[in-house]
Design a protein around this ligand. Structure first.
Ligand code: FAD
Length: 373
């Protein structure tokens, strides 16, 4: 029977959408060209983090964190979840001032957070180098293992009758999609959740790939306890051109340490680049000198789908009937996947999403005479 909704892509976004739409009683089919959760989702650090660069980003990430808490409750180990909290590190007084401003914004949204002075910073994280000014602790942030969470979300949908099909969507058509093997699949609605590959199916979308590297060390339990991020990260994350690195360390539940993060535009080559790895390691060692003595086991890369304003595209595609977009989550898609799915499902199937959908509507990029999607 023809599904109500066909979702292209089973990354964390497609999987979360399948879960939310099937929970609302819709018949869902998901088409995935590779393994579930194998795209950017497999490359992501899995940091669940409240980000506050603007009100819409904070609303989406904070709401999603509430949904993650409900999802992992009672079965945290299935997601390899840890409520490690984020410690934003202030290198100097100027960054400590930025930490205070961040604390104000987050408290207004009801998020628990504490500005910490230098002695408390070293009590929380003894490996940090001397001379730092303090930081901001956000205890409600956490981490998951993203491909596992994607598989769990999809399995919930399949248990409600959703279908997972192996295949590559070659084109979007009126009333469905065309697969690379020539099969035509009809569907009431199509959701494009194919990450950066959305561009191949809808070339006009306002998306650019942003490459990132991540490294993982051997096991050093207790080396760090929180996700450590330099406050300068925000500058790096929002650069709209060129290459940047920022200090970003994560304590995996296995005792391993994930080392991020880098950002590069204008390349889709997934090869790990020694020069970029060296820059990331130099930055990380500046903040945690003892890291220089740890063994790095592996490095990988992934492509984030970045929009011009840093907010995702969630909602109807402006120029094509029955096509919906759920993409453009850049470096925050693991965090924001669950709220994205609720927003999309509320728009498609009715009901409440918990936050205002308007800031993320794809139609915000449509100017006179130029539509896309
Ligand atoms: C290095 C790095 C670190 C990151 N760290 C974090 C983090 O700590 N926290 C956080 O919140 N976010 C993080 N992110 C961002 C996050 O990983 C992404 O925003 C998120 O995974 C996007 O999910 P997606 O489902 O949209 O895309 P993807 O995971 O790329 O999934 C798209 C899926 O669609 C499939 N597909 C594509 N084209 C087709 C087709 N034609 N037919 C069928 N299937 C198709 C692909 O095979 C893939 O499985 C990070 C990203 C990177 C690269």
């Amino acid at each position: 029977m023809k599904p109500d909704v066909l979702i292209v892509g089973a990354g964390i976004i497609g999987a979360a959408c399948a879960d939310a739409l099937s929970a609302r009683g819709l018949r869902v089919t998901v088409v995935e060209r590779d393994a579930v959760g194998s795209g950017a989702t497999a490359a992501g650090m899995g940091h669940l983090v409240a980000m506050d660069d603007n009100a819409a980003e904070l609303a989406l990430s904070a709401h999603s964190l509430e949904l993650w808490q409900e999802l992992v409750d009672g079965q945290p180990q299935r997601h390899e979840y840890s409520r490690c909290g984020t410690l934003w590190v202030a290198a100097d007084d100027e960054e400590l001032e930025a930490a205070r401003a961040k604390a104000l914004t987050m408290s207004e949204r009801g998020l628990a957070c504490d500005v910490v002075d230098a002695p408390d910073l070293y009590r929380l994280e003894p490996q940090l180098r001397p001379g730092l000014a303090g930081g901001l602790l956000v205890p409600g942030d956490g981490l998951v293992y993203p491909p596992k969470s994607a598989r769990i979300l999809l399995a919930r949908a399949v248990a409600r009758g959703a279908v997972l099909l192996a295949g590559e969507v070659a084109a979007l058509e009126e009333g469905g999609v065309l697969l690379a093997d020539g099969t035509r699949l009809a569907a009431g609605q199509v959701v494009l959740a194919a990450g950066t590959r959305c561009l191949a199916l809808a070339p006009g979308l306002p998306l650019r790939p942003k490459k990132g590297h991540v490294m993982i060390t051997d096991r050093y339990p207790g080396f760090i306890r929180h996700q450590l991020v330099e406050l300068g990260y925000v500058k790096s994350a929002h650069a709209s051109d060129g290459e940047s690195v920022a200090f970003n360390l994560q304590p995996r539940p296995t005792g391993q340490v994930l080392i991020g993060s880098s950002r590069q535009f204008d390349t889709t080559d997934l090869a790990a680049e020694p020069e970029m790895m060296a820059r990331m390691l130099r930055r990380a060692v500046q903040y945690t000198p003892a890291l220089a003595g740890l063994n790095v086991l592996r490095c990988w890369t992934g492509l984030r789908a970045a929009t011009p304003d840093g907010l995702p595209l969630i909602g109807p595609a402006p120029s094509r009937r029955n096509l919906w977009l759920a993409t453009g989550h850049e470096g925050l898609g693991i965090t924001t996947s669950l709220a994205t799915a609720q927003l999309l499902a509320a728009q498609m199937a009715g009901g409440q999403a918990g936050i205002d959908a308007r800031p993320y509507l794809p139609s915000r990029f449509v100017d006179a005479g130029r539509a896309y999607g």
